[in-house]
Design a protein. Sequence first.
Length: 283
Amino acid sequence: MSSQADSEAFVRPPGTGARSRRSGVAFELIGCAWNGHSLVGTDAAEVAAEDALVVRPGDDGTRWYRCLRCDAWLLLPEPTAPTRARPAARDEIVLPARGRPLKSRYVLRLIALTRAFNVLVLLLVLCGAIAVLVNQTALRDDLVANATTLQSVFGGQAIGQLESLLSGGAGPLWLVAAGLAVLIGLETAEGVGLWRATRWGEYLTFVMTTLLLVPEGLELTSSTSPGTIIGMVVNLAVVLYLLFSKRLFGLRGGLPAVQAERDHDISWAALARHLPDRATARA
């Protein structure tokens, strides 16, 4: 009987009891695997009852530290050389991203990586355009000398357009190079803005991707290649995600709703809300 009573009276350390299963990817665990756990009080000499939300004393010189990102509780030794008397105050702590804002950040960074790939491709094309500018005369002479052979491979129309471009002087080629440079700058700005999860980066990506859908749609009228279809589907998915999930142009509550979502998942109230019931009663 006594053992049964002891078992019923035993309270597990916060976060170590049964947890509800969540579907999908736990992005918090990915963040902790990449950056390490976000702990508070590992440099403090003492902890008090008001610190119980994030750190609690254990037994025999140990403490329970709560990760501010993934909610895991880690049992670690007390610091042997503390640098401060108490854990940092709440207004001194920058809470890490978690919940829906963290998931959104991963999606935005995935889109940013596609922009980085686009920049690399455009840089290669720009280098090719500059090489053509430098060797324009020699290339035109070689094209004329081998026109018959090249027409059998690439077609007469393509070779004719290339010959007209090379014969038109450096002006058209410089326009192409300038256009590529502007496009590289815009794609780079998109990638940086998305990687840093900025609002202007989301708007810039939406506008640029929407404009790109126009020539892709026109290309589908004359060609239904798999690459064109896949590219259009991906870009359409990016546009819809930014428009509805990121609530651009005031949709679904706009920026205030985005901020409310962030406050719901990244706040001290959210940390208190995600404690197990018994731990909440003790906090």
